[in-house]
Design a binder for this molecule. Structure first.
Ligand code: NAD
Length: 319
């Protein structure tokens, strides 16, 4: 089994550098999680919005029951959805998400987006998604990011999550957060691939000792699945000559090169795959080293191109 390195977070907790992402894992999620644990994955990146926390928890429960792992061997990540930013809604929804997973703490809990939407009661619709009516109407919420972060600090204080962090925050919002935070975020989770390298944001997180997890490490591939035109119009990174050249030189796949480019730069990764072969491949991404020239050449593909923006899905939220 592959030995995944751990990153020490600014609160002292340790996070596996390679994990498994649960977005769009719909059919057979429990089996997928169980198989991933069997393959050696220890970190699972979930969210209310992925709609599969109950099933993911069933996979975890089966692995624990069969003695493959103990709860403390796993690092379970979840996220606060935009509709639950009001301070009084945070703790109840974390408790619901914990019950869905069948665990009594998260290892890491993140604010999913710096966007507050109007509250939708879980009894009405869950997960609520982007639209207040479940169809096409967006209604913004009134919670400030400061009040939401204060509620996140309580989540940590009350032992519901061992670490807390944020996702999809640009540098300016992190700087603002530092003015009111008692507890700094342990992790920033962002879209990150060679078309979206974000050197300045990474310098800021390094200065403040915030660990970075990169998502959608293969660039457009994930968003083609969502029928995003921008992604379909962008050359695939998995087939890019620069990536293929490095893959051939190291006897690895383009996916492994993309994940190694990130991990070698200190960034954690959370790829997803339903195929056993790819599951294994994606975990084995810290056992070889790209040369510094290769890392530079791959970073040189930067286009400052971000796919995961609401308007790219046709959602009328202008951030
Ligand atoms: P991904 O890393 O899962 O990659 C997308 C595509 O690549 C998938 O179609 C997958 O089948 C394919 N793939 C996987 N392994 C491969 C391999 N070895 N060779 C070839 N193709 C391969 O992209 P993602 O799902 O967008 O991101 C990963 C995870 O990040 C998500 O599951 C989720 O947990 C998290 N995420 C978070 C946010 C956020 O807003 N915080 C947004 C998007 C994703």
């Amino acid at each position: 089994m592959v030995n995944t390195p751990y990153v020490t977070l600014n609160d002292g907790n340790k996070m596996p550098q390679v994990g498994f992402g649960l977005w769009k894992v719909d059919n057979g999620c429990a089996d997928t999680v169980y198989n991933a644990i069997k393959t050696g994955y220890r970190l699972f990146d979930g969210a209310c919005d992925y709609g599969n926390e109950v099933e993911a928890g069933q996979g975890v429960a089966r692995a624990i029951k069969e003695g493959l792992v103990k709860r403390e061997d796993l690092f379970i990540v979840s996220k606060l959805w935009n509709s639950f930013h009001d301070r009084e809604q945070v703790e109840p929804i974390v408790k619901k998400q914990l019950a869905d997973w069948g665990v009594d703490y998260f290892d890491l809990y993140l604010i999913h987006f710096p966007i507050s939407l109007k509250y939708v009661a879980p009894e009405e619709r869950y997960p609520p998604g982007w639209y207040v009516d479940g169809k096409d109407k967006v209604e913004h919420g009134k919670a400030s990011l400061e009040s939401t972060w204060k509620a996140m600090e309580d989540v940590k204080k009350n032992g519901l999550a061992k670490s807390i962090g944020v996702s999809n925050y640009p540098g300016a919002l992190l700087l603002d957060l530092f003015t009111y935070a008692t507890t700094k975020p342990a992790v920033l989770q962002i879209e990150h691939h060679p078309y979206f390298v974000q050197p300045n944001l990474l310098k800021l997180t390094e200065q403040h000792n915030i660990a970075v997890t990169g998502y959608s490490s293969f660039g457009p591939s994930s968003f083609i699945e969502c029928d995003m035109k921008l992604a379909a119009d962008t050359p695939l990174l998995l087939e890019h000559p620069v990536i293929k050249k490095a893959a051939e030189a190291h006897g690895k796949t383009p996916a492994q090169v993309l994940l190694r480019w990130a991990t070698q730069r200190g960034i954690s990764v959370i790829p997803k795959s339903n195929s056993q072969h790819r599951l294994q491949q994606n975990l084995d991404v810290t056992s070889f080293d790209l040369k510094s020239e290769e890392i530079e050449e791959i970073s040189g593909l930067d286009k400052n191109l971000k796919f995961n923006v609401p308007t790219n899905y046709g959602i009328p939220i202008y951030v």
